[in-house]
Ligand binder design. Structure first.
Ligand code: SF4
Length: 336
């Protein structure tokens, strides 16, 4: 980063998210003159946050924690794309090419969990970004957050598509022993084309399932989320079955699924993607996504196909993953 003297952001401790949003409003993305550009061609802007934890509403956890904002995994359907707009960026390429790194998150978190009022409620890591996207290899913010929560005897859960999580098997085991921890690996579909088109920046589904096997063998409670199922691309019975068969081989403790939700901004981005890659699907999507989610009977039919196939492939006693899915439209603060 540039020195504080002559810096775009005069506060030597580092700019806040609001500071960088103001800079972008004035000069566009080129206004982030102190951001690092790394070999993946993404720009990484370090920021300082006042707090690490956001209160969750209507979810099976009480607190959310996101060490980064934006995600180079670049999933076309990602509901977190819309949050980039709060920083004057677009929900398209700028979601996956401009990443904000909350460098003081460990210090902020340590301060918050030291308070006498801290009730040790479950913290969900990675509700609006992937905590194991490649830059985590450099900053290790997720690893530090796990260690701090473990020392504070606070239970945690993690959602990720990043096999890098196996690096942290040691601190996850310590977290399990201290307060409890659960890992949810996202593997919506093992179909190669669906993966390459829908999740262009991610590790292959096979690599993710190898990570699940590694964590299960290490005694970490690890489940798989087939979320989201994407209408017309990953919702057929054959693709659901193929994916469940692969998940069965990983030893995952539970499997859950839900149908894609397309909020404003995400919907526009996803429709542009369909126009480019699957134009024949677009008219059907326009009928299906009049609102942010497809009609209830469509969702119920897909969920029934999933539940029925899961019972057949994995067994009638297969565990579901309760309560997971995209956040409601009014839960923005939880995920930012
Ligand atoms: S890995 Fe998760 S946070 Fe990242 S783009 Fe994909 S869905 Fe969004």
């Amino acid at each position: 980063m540039a020195s504080a003297q002559g810096s775009l952001f005069p506060d030597a401790s580092g700019p806040s998210l609001r500071d960088v949003a103001d800079a972008i409003r004035l000069a566009g993305i080129d206004g982030l003159t102190e951001a690092h550009r790394r070999s993946d061609q993404a720009k990484y802007q370090e920021v300082h946050v006042k707090s690490a934890l956001n209160r969750a509403q209507g979810m099976p956890f009480k607190w959310a924690l996101n060490p980064y904002r934006g995600c180079t995994h670049a999933c076309e359907y990602c509901y977190a794309r819309k949050y980039q707009q709060h920083l004057e960026l677009d929900a398209g390429d700028q979601f996956s090419s401009v990443i904000f790194v909350k460098t003081n998150l460990p210090q902020a978190l340590a301060r918050e969990v030291r308070k006498a009022s801290w009730a040790r409620e479950t913290v969900a890591i990675g509700t609006a970004t992937d905590p194991y996207q490649p830059i985590e290899g450099h900053y290790k913010l997720t690893r530090q957050a796990i260690e701090i929560l473990t020392n504070a005897k606070t239970p945690l859960s993690i959602v990720t598509k990043g096999p890098m999580i196996v690096r942290d098997a040691d601190v996850l085991a310590a977290s399990r022993d201290a307060a409890g921890c659960a890992v949810h690996m996202s593997v919506p579909c093992v179909d190669e084309e669906a993966w390459a088109k829908l999740e262009p920046g991610t590790a292959s589904p096979a690599q993710r399932l190898r990570a699940v096997r590694y964590l299960v063998d290490a005694g970490i409670d690890t489940s798989v989320l087939m979320m989201p199922l994407v209408p017309g691309l990953t919702t057929s019975r054959s693709k659901i079955e193929e994916t469940l068969l692969a998940i069965r081989g990983s030893g995952a403790r539970a499997v859950g699924a839900n149908v894609a939700r397309l909020d404003p901004a995400v919907r526009e981005h996803f429709f542009r993607f369909l126009q480019r890659e699957y134009p024949a699907l677009l008219p059907g999507y326009e009928r299906l996504y009049v609102k942010t989610s497809p009609p209830r009977d469509y969702v119920d039919a897909i969920k029934a196909t999933f539940a029925d196939t899961r019972a057949r492939v994995i067994g009638p006693g297969a565990r579901a993953v309760p309560g997971f899915g995209p956040p409601s439209a009014d839960a923005t603060k939880t995920y930012s």
